[in-house]
Design a protein. Sequence first.
Length: 290
Amino acid sequence: MNLLTTNEAATYLRLKERKLYELVAAGAIPCTKVTGRWLFPKAELDRWLAANLVRPEGLPTAEPLPIVGGSHDPLLEWALRESGSGLATLPEGSERGLERFAAGELIAAAIHLHALDGREIDANVETLQDAQDIVLIAFARREQGLLTAPGNPKGLTSLADVVARKARLALRPKGAGAQLLLLACLRRAGLSLDQVVAGPVCPTGPDIAQAIRAERADVGMATRSVANAAGLGFIPVLWERFDLVMRPRDYFRPPLQRFVGFLRLPSLAARATEFGGYDIADAGRVRYAP
């Protein structure tokens, strides 16, 4: 985790330290106190900035590209294609997707966020609490866990085993939802990333699966659907929310309307069952709107 000191955070945010302390006192900025010092997770500051982005009234907004960015998901890719929405995907991770969305580059972003301090909260909603002109649409609940080689030859059952048995742990890029989840789970287990044997950094879940199959890694965090598709072992960790953030004006336009309408069809439920590890009971429901 990249932690900034008060001075570093003030420089990064281009604020005076006194103003930063005021924000801390008001509980208005993400931070943590360790041995009497305030520290600021850079990834959380980036999310805080994206969530608080505002545009002057009357300023024309450029049309976003017909792309759904953010996190990668096999069922989402299938649904975008089969719905006839005409929308492309750009899987770069949840936080990068939010950044592009906030900058007006994307029509929607797929997110599954997790609190780096280990709290079990609805981080997707909490991150967007102060955002304006957005709507959060449920796509699915997904089962996340640890992928292993077939038969789990190292006998892993938890992240504690991964550390103790020096299993090579494939990672995801900084800001990816699965990497945030990994860091949160390590924190809950009283562990840190420094204690693991780091394997390759993989752009998506299927890339983690390939790294394990190619014996470049022993284990990695990904969804059950990825494990099933690759024929790998799977150690369940938790079920998470996987949502889409978009703007109301775009929600009512044909591409996203075709896509959201498709989420209510039996064909999505059938394909989710084939993939495994999905609960789509809330698919298409508005989960949050300011």
